[in-house]
Design a protein around this ligand. Structure first.
Ligand SMILES: [Zn+2]
Length: 312
């Protein structure tokens, strides 16, 4: 009898607006990878609300996700949505991080955690099967709690790409009003800079803590990635042990031409953006973020700024 090797998963983690969708789209062009998107939002935004998949189809009309539903549960209609949404909001929360961290130290899962994790695992393993068993699944939920859950599952080989971006750029981005392309007329949420700054500190230090518990982690600054995208991609491929191609046909300097459809659920509007991307830093915060907000963000993040190579 052969025992299947754990499915490799690259978990793209970090605070939203740190470049995750862009990097996910670039990685999705590589044949050994497959982007599933943000599984934390699958139950509500995908199955319940039938929001659009990255391929443009409504969730229930996307052939890829229909197959995954069949493979994982014999069809999405067999998922007890009310229960799983309840579990998502009780188990997969930042406030439960101390308990989730302890699971890495041998604490047994409770019944709710086991059930929730079982659903996530089924979706991931079914995605790998439907996609033709790619080497690496790209999971971009970003949440630290989801990373802490998935990385404690022995049937998955979870490696975390921890993306960090200058907190002033992140804070400015979360003040902007951006339309959600999945749901017409709806806006992405906005947050006050002080709130974003607090999240920046707790999330980034939390990912460091998870790495300290033994979860393989590659910390990458978005600014460094954009300085040399090809080198950035090569570092990530090394990290997940995918053979290096001689060249990335979709990438020329800081221009990318994307051709592979992406069936990811939820995430940044960039998922639906054009196929030609200019990879460059959005530095609008330097002029657009007001001085007071800038001081507040710098003050809150100061103890951790230097740790990630940023200057006050
Ligand atoms: Zn799709």
């Amino acid at each position: 009898m052969t025992i299947a090797a754990p499915q490799r998963v690259l978990f793209i983690g970090g605070l939203g607006r740190s470049g995750s969708t862009l990097i996910e789209r670039l990685l999705n062009e590589i044949s050994q990878t497959w982007a599933v998107g943000e599984t934390i939002h699958l139950w509500e935004r995908g199955i319940r609300d039938r929001e659009r998949c990255g391929c443009g189809h409504a969730f229930d009309e996307c052939p890829q996700w229909s197959q995954v539903g069949l493979e994982a549960f014999g069809g999405w209609q067999n998922v007890d949505l009310e229960r799983i949404i309840g579990l998502r909001w009780s188990v997969d929360r930042s406030r439960r991080l101390p308990q989730l961290y302890r699971a890495h130290r041998g604490r047994p899962w409770n019944a709710d955690e086991r059930d929730y994790l079982d659903h996530l695992r089924r979706v991931l393993l079914a995605s790998a099967t439907v996609a033709g068993s790619p080497t690496v699944l790209l999971e971009s939920s970003k949440h630290l709690s989801t990373a802490a859950l998935l990385s404690a599952d022995p049937s998955l080989d979870v490696r975390v790409l921890h993306l960090v971006r200058d907190p002033r750029g992140v804070a400015y981005s979360w003040t902007k009003q951006i339309e959600r392309p999945e749901a017409l007329g709806e806006l992405m949420p906005t947050y006050r800079p002080s709130r974003t700054a607090l999240r920046w500190v707790s999330d980034n230090l939390g990912f460091r803590f998870l790495a300290g518990l033994g979860v393989p982690t590659l910390t990458m600054r978005y600014e460094d990635f954009l300085t040399d995208p090809e080198q950035g991609l090569r570092s990530i491929l090394d990290f997940v042990e995918v053979p290096q191609p001689d060249a990335f046909g979709f990438l020329a300097g800081n221009r990318a031409h994307l051709v592979t459809p992406m069936h990811s659920i939820a995430g940044n509007p960039l998922r639906f953006g054009g196929d030609d991307l200019l990879l460059r830093m959005d530095d609008a915060w330097r002029t657009e973020l007001d001085a007071r907000s800038r001081r507040t963000v710098t003050f809150i993040c100061r103890p951790a700024l230097g740790h990630f190579g940023y200057r006050p």
